[in-house]
Design a protein around this ligand. Structure first.
Ligand SMILES: [Zn+2]
Length: 633
């Protein structure tokens, strides 16, 4: 990484804004500082966690710079949050309940049973999970894992499972517990829009940024994502209702299902014998995302708030500590209640007030600008937007209820970015004039406006180097002023790509374990999305797959659409090709690891008809672009 971006200093307006923010923040409330260190038992000497090839997948020293005072290049609230999140080690949460924190984006929780341990949420990577378990064992003895529980369907809560147990152990009866619908959601969220989400996730977590006071320093929820091996072992015990009581290895649990909150399949866990409450990712030390900036379906804040109310009712009187799979616990019955109540009020307030304003006729940008949290919520640290934000969450609520259109017909049929930009720049007197005035706005500290207006110059002429530099500078300042970790990463990554071209590192969308858990239905769907529609307009190809032991699947390319139906299909004429094969071979063809011609010659495969038609069909599939441009056309 070249040093120029890393050396870009803060402008006076950002220095002043960050200082002003400092005076408004509740720094006198130091309880989080005590809580984050409470129960610390130790950490590891080995500072880097590596994979089999020696590649570093997580570094415990990467964020050592956060021990210093907050520099002017960072919002003081984000600096504080990152300093807390970066702490790492093994911590006792309650008697027999420990957490390994700071070894990945998420926490691993270990509950001690009669014979061994239950692992709740085994991190994102096999390597970090194994390191976390080793740290636990170095302090608590070599206890065997007797059960695993996934609180929800996000990869940072299951991807490391093979670092703590093997598929053989699970096959031999070791329970893997998860909420209803876990597997389908675990594999589906990143399938259909996976490439675009991965590209944007690289922006969101600042994967390509140097770590430091002028670069990436956290993501608010955790520091960043580990980059090791993602695994998946499907659950063997599905929780289907709230109030479900379960005992594993002598550990009694009461489960609360919370579908469609932070994840489509999620649950909270109460441990009555420890008076401890695991809130999964439903109540953490941040305002969470209703719509993550990488892209996702909008979450439901109304339901989220209702489940938090239910958690208070079910467990509030029986919980001396509440912890989550991110951040640090809250101790004391009163504080647990306050924490859950404030988190509940936060999501309920955003939901209700956004809708109130929608019904007053306000549009997303107006609502995001006008809405303000009540002072009581503003003065709590954990309600601040380090991961989600009030601004983008209110836009998400608008999207959930109203969609993309704000009702103004002037916005019904706008020109796309480049066509609009060309006209804007022309109307505004040409690129030189726009940049002259934008430099003035920059000097005035109006970086939001610079970003908005210079964007037009860039989309009209991405080769304009003066525009690139000015835009990169403006985005850098906006990053320095962001309380939200993901906003900072987005701004600074945009600046980095304007200065150096496309450098964002796409994260791996689907590991072999995750891909093998896809249903055939999902695989066919994901191929249909890759079809180059116009190229396939005139083709009409039907392939029938006879998979051993199941109904035939009829696959047809027609009208530029690739459909699959169970059964013979409606086609009057017979298929162009009929193939009898194993499911493994079908999956290999769909995943592109086995070509049509190789398929024909495999033992156990019987093909009747024209194999060339399958080759033709597969030839109409495009490959998604993991490096598409974002800050330029
Ligand atoms: Zn998570």
């Amino acid at each position: 990484m070249s040093a120029d971006s890393a050396l870009k200093g803060p402008e006076p307006a950002i220095v002043a804004a960050n200082q002003a923010a400092r005076s408004l923040l509740p720094f006198e409330d130091r309880r989080d500082l005590d809580d984050v260190g409470r129960g610390f038992l130790g950490t590891v000497d080995q500072r880097e966690i590596t994979d089999r090839d020696g590649r570093v997948v997580w570094s415990l020293d990467a964020y050592g710079f956060l021990d210093a005072d907050c520099p002017d290049t960072v919002h003081p609230s984000l600096w504080r949050q990152s300093g807390l999140v970066a702490r790492h080690g093994l911590y006792e949460v309650a008697e027999g309940v420990h957490q390994v924190r700071g070894f990945d984006l998420s926490n691993m929780t270990v509950v001690e049973g009669e014979r061994g341990i239950l692992v709740i949420d085994p991190l994102l990577s096999v390597e970090t999970a194994a390191a976390a378990l080793a740290l636990y064992r170095s302090h608590r003895g070599d206890r065997p894992v007797t059960g695993v529980l996934y609180t929800h369907s996000h990869v940072d809560h299951f991807g490391g499972v093979k670092g703590v147990v093997t598929a053989e152990q699970v096959g031999a009866g070791l329970p893997v517990i998860a909420p209803q619908g876990f597997l389908a959601h675990a594999v589906s969220e990143n399938v259909y829009a996976g490439t675009a989400m991965a590209r944007r996730a690289a922006y969101m977590y600042g994967a390509a940024l140097p770590k430091g006071t002028h670069g990436q320093l956290g993501a608010g929820l955790g520091q960043t994502t580990s980059t090791g091996t993602v695994s998946l072992i499907p659950p063997t015990v599905e929780i289907t209702h709230t109030g479900h009581q379960l005992t594993v290895d002598g550990i009694r649990m009461t489960l609360q299902l919370t579908p469609d909150t932070e994840a489509p399949a999620e649950l909270n866990v109460h441990l009555p014998d420890r008076a401890a409450l695991c809130m999964a990712e439903n109540a953490t030390h941040t305002l969470h995302n209703l719509l993550t900036l990488r892209g996702a379906e909008v979450r439901d804040p109304r339901v989220w708030a209702k489940y938090l109310t239910e958690a208070i009712q079910l467990f509030g009187d029986h919980s001396d500590v509440a912890f989550a799979s991110h951040h640090w616990p809250v101790w004391g019955r009163e504080r647990v209640l306050t924490h859950l109540t404030e988190q509940r009020d936060l999501y309920a307030y955003l939901h209700d007030q956004t809708l109130r304003m929608i019904n007053e006729g306000l549009t997303p940008l107006e609502i995001a600008e006008r809405i303000q949290l009540p002072p009581a919520l503003e003065q709590a640290w954990h309600t601040h937007g380090y991961y989600g934000s009030v601004s983008h969450n209110t836009k998400a609520i608008y999207q959930r209820y109203m969609g993309w259109f704000d009702g103004n017909p002037a916005h019904l049929w706008e020109h796309p970015p480049t066509e609009a930009a060309t006209r804007y720049v022309d109307f505004m007197g040409g690129a030189d004039e726009v940049l002259r005035r934008a430099h003035q706005s920059y000097a005035d500290g109006d970086f939001r406006w610079v970003a908005q207006v210079v964007d037009h110059v860039l989309f009209a002429d991405p080769g304009n180097t003066e525009a690139r530099e000015l835009q990169a500078d403006a985005l850098t300042q906006l990053g320095y002023g962001s309380e939200n970790g993901t906003w900072r990463n987005f701004y600074l990554t945009g600046a980095l790509e304007l200065r150096h071209g496309l450098v964002g590192t796409p994260t791996v969308t689907a590991s072999p374990d995750v891909v093998s858990a896809l249903s055939l239905d999902q695989l066919f769907d994901s191929l249909a999305i890759r079809l180059d529609g116009p190229a396939g307009w005139d083709a009409d190809i039907t392939v029938r797959w006879n998979v051993h032991g199941t109904e035939p699947i009829t696959w047809r390319l027609h009208n530029g659409v690739l459909t699959h139906v169970l059964g013979e299909g409606p086609a009057a004429a017979g298929p162009d090709l009929e193939v009898t094969l194993s499911e493994a071979d079908l999956r290999a063809v769909l995943l592109g690891t086995l070509s049509a011609t190789d398929l024909e010659h495999r033992t156990g495969v019987r093909a009747t008809g024209d194999v060339g038609k399958l080759t033709e069909l597969l030839g109409h599939l495009g490959t998604p672009d993991p490096y598409f441009a974002i800050v330029t056309p």
